[in-house]
Ligand binder design. Structure first.
Ligand code: AMP
Ligand code: MG
Length: 328
């Protein structure tokens, strides 16, 4: 069931988590399926409900750095990143403390763990009251589209998830940037809203490697197929020379505002429906809308969904990354 934002429901969610239950909670990135990261039985429910392979580790969430320091070695680079971006959409991979509360299942048996302080008022209230690590991967079955609204969680899981706390639409809408600070070389493992240049600036100009700098897959969960709709998805769709028959297809444009009106009319005549990721070419809005548009279109039984190539911007790499996985 979906529970509205109230002090009583926040208290209820926290109590459920303390007693080893799982609840769906809002964050600024996407809705999370949350459990006490110190409780192996609770965490195993997340893996079961999501159908997530258990070699794919989870991110633990906190509201206080003092709590984080009990579980991982919070090094100098982590402090700089935290000062600059937290609470916010960037997760850090750090070495686990010897007596870390984060269970082995959460960190998939690795010596390192992923941690984050999310920027959502309801989520922070729960984390503050909880005072410990809360594991919270996206609240979707593995490889389905991530939820950016409470209703998406309900539609994806029906009554398998009994408690969904409604925190409104996720205003970031893409999973967090994942930054590996566990080795000497700082490396982005997953693109997100916070990009390499901003990270390098926060680290006083240090070089930051990107996921494209190949040297083996470090993030065990970086499966190619991920965040996918069930409808066939065609990415980098060219708007030139549209010959084929698209009358049962949907087209997602970046922004109507960047297409001349005659061209827009023409596209409307070729496709069953035409949508835009954002109005006025606003990249943050595009990121926030991506999953909710995919959810909506996936329910409308189009033959296929075509997506125009995303123009270069601060977070276009993150959006392209999610589209590539969705189309895989
Ligand atoms: P999410 O699916 O959004 O919860 O993000 C979890 C992802 O974080 C995993 O799929 C991994 O790619 C990454 N991750 C978590 N823990 C680690 C770790 N210790 N080392 C490397 N990557 C990690
Ligand atoms: Mg996920």
């Amino acid at each position: 069931m979906i529970y509205p934002d109230s002090d009583e429901n926040i208290k209820k969610a926290t109590e459920l988590l303390k007693s080893g239950e799982i609840v769906a909670i809002p964050t600024e990135t996407v809705y999370g399926l949350a459990a006490d990261a110190a409780n192996e039985t609770a965490v195993s429910k997340i893996f079961e409900i999501k159908g997530r392979p258990n070699f794919n580790p989870l991110i633990s969430h906190y509201a206080q750095v003092s709590e984080i320091e009990k579980d991982v070695i919070f090094n100098e680079r982590a402090k700089l990143i935290a000062d600059e971006f937290w609470p916010g959409p960037i997760s850090l991979i750090l070495p686990k403390q010897e007596n870390s509360r984060i269970s082995k299942l959460v960190s998939a048996g690795l010596e390192t763990a992923a941690i984050r302080m999310p920027n959502h008022p309801l989520c922070l209230k729960i984390l503050e009251a909880f005072r410990g690590p809360i594991a919270a991967p996206s609240a979707n079955p593995s490889s389905r589209i991530s939820p950016s609204k409470a209703i998406h969680v309900k539609n994806l899981f029906q009554d398998k998830v009994k408690f969904i706390l409604d925190g409104g639409d996720c205003n970031c809408g893409l999973e967090s940037t994942i930054l590996d600070l566990s080795t000497e070389q700082t490396k982005i493992l997953r693109y997100g809203a916070i990009n390499a240049i901003a990270i390098s600036n926060a680290l006083q100009g240090e070089i930051v490697l990107s996921p494209d700098d190949k040297e083996g897959i470090k993030a065990p969960g970086m499966l190619l197929k991920h965040y996918s709709p069930q409808t066939k998805l065609k990415i980098d769709f060219s708007l030139e020379n549209i010959a084929a028959d698209y009358e049962n297809s949907a087209l997602i444009l970046y922004s109507f505002s960047s297409i001349p009106p005659e061209k827009l009319n023409y596209l409307h005549s070729k496709f069953k429906s035409v949508f835009e990721l954002c109005s006025n070419a606003n990249e943050l809005e595009a990121a926030a809308n991506l999953y909710s548009i995919l959810h909506k279109l996936d329910d409308l039984s189009y033959e296929q969904i075509c997506v125009e190539k995303i123009p270069k911007s601060q977070i276009s790499k993150a959006i392209e990354d999610r589209l590539k996985r969705a189309a895989a």
